[in-house]
Design a protein around this ligand. Structure first.
Ligand SMILES: [Zn+2]
Length: 315
């Protein structure tokens, strides 16, 4: 199976499963909500040499997914979607998902089932409708530079490289351009954006007027740069505990907006609002609860297995 075919099949399978798990195509894909509904036993644990594991159901046994919780959030999300892909296709167990599963193996030489699961993960987390809607909020029709791909990846909760790869499948970035952008280190983008060459925050959001009203899956340590010149000098910030306004911005000139740090976990979904002093102008966004450690039982097995080929035939 070539990658083109893997993507064709995966795009349909991912849309089908998102529907069965009742996950929206318009918002950030909450893969953990999907895991809780999927009928499989899902466990998060430290696994030194594996990304994830999928064990298919067998007579008298529920199927299950194990996720390595020592990875970053984008990687855990990708792995979860990859293992869901194996389940949805009815594959035999996948244990080969080590950190970079086929290190040294060219992508063209991957086994067919791994190509399918990888393609599935991309389509599951980055449905075209969501990608287009997010680009619109970023004021773009297609990405113009590497920094756009980086911002898109934050909004989608995916990795920079994974997002860049998928944009080629969506025909939004040409492969020659993508090869150039793939050499750009996200650390360089973060340094440029944050105005901090040394010790730039691990993730830097560039938020503007069009991103108002967005739902942001923030993490502890994130920097939020809100460019809202209409709010005047020193806008008032209201939001959950764990959000700290930088008294001396690094990237913005006075009056151009506000820089905020996510210094602690955000317990529950909350609204972040910036208001001008006369309260006539506001900018707001929804901050999703910051992810927990994902360690332990994420979802107990349930009788109603929703994931897998509809006809029950293992492929
Ligand atoms: Zn796999």
């Amino acid at each position: 199976m070539n990658w083109l075919m893997a993507h064709r099949v995966a795009s349909i399978a991912a849309a089908t499963l998102r529907r069965r798990l009742d996950l929206s195509e318009d918002h950030y894909v909450d893969v953990f909500a999907g895991l809780r509904r999927c009928g499989l036993a899902v466990m998060g644990q430290d696994m030194p040499s594996l990304f994830g594991v999928y064990l298919p159901p067998a007579p008298g046994r529920h199927g299950g997914i194990f996720l390595n919780t020592t990875m970053g959030e984008a990687t855990i999300r990708h792995t979860a979607a990859h293992e869901l892909g194996h389940a949805q296709f009815g594959h035999e167990r996948c244990l080969a998902d080590g950190p970079d599963p086929f290190l040294g193996t060219p992508r063209d030489k991957w086994p067919a089932e791994e190509k399918q699961a990888e393609a599935f993960a991309a389509w599951f987390l980055m449905p075209i409708r969501l990608v287009k809607a997010t680009l619109t909020r970023l004021g773009l029709d297609i990405p113009r530079e590497a920094a756009d791909v980086y911002q898109l990846s934050l909004h989608l909760g995916t990795s920079y490289r994974g997002t860049l790869r998928h944009l080629q499948h969506l025909r939004m970035v040409q492969s020659q351009v993508a090869r150039g952008w793939a050499t750009v280190q996200p650390a360089r983008l973060r340094a440029r954006l944050s105005g901090q060459a040394e010790q730039s925050p691990p993730r830097v959001w560039d938020l503007r007027s069009l991103t108002e009203g967005s739902r942001l899956a923030v993490e502890q340590g994130d920097r939020l740069i809100v460019r809202a010149p209409g709010l005047g000098a020193d806008p008032e910030v209201t939001g959950p505990a764990g959000i700290r306004t930088l008294s001396t911005p690094y990237a913005l000139a006075p009056g151009d907006g506000v820089e905020l740090d996510v210094t602690a976990g955000i317990d529950a979904e909350s609204t972040l609002t910036l208001s001008s002093h006369d309260r006539t102008q506001t900018w707001s966004a929804t901050l999703l609860a910051t992810p927990e450690g994902h360690r332990g039982l994420i979802a107990p097995p349930s009788r109603h297995v929703l994931v897998g080929p509809v006809n029950g035939v293992r492929q």
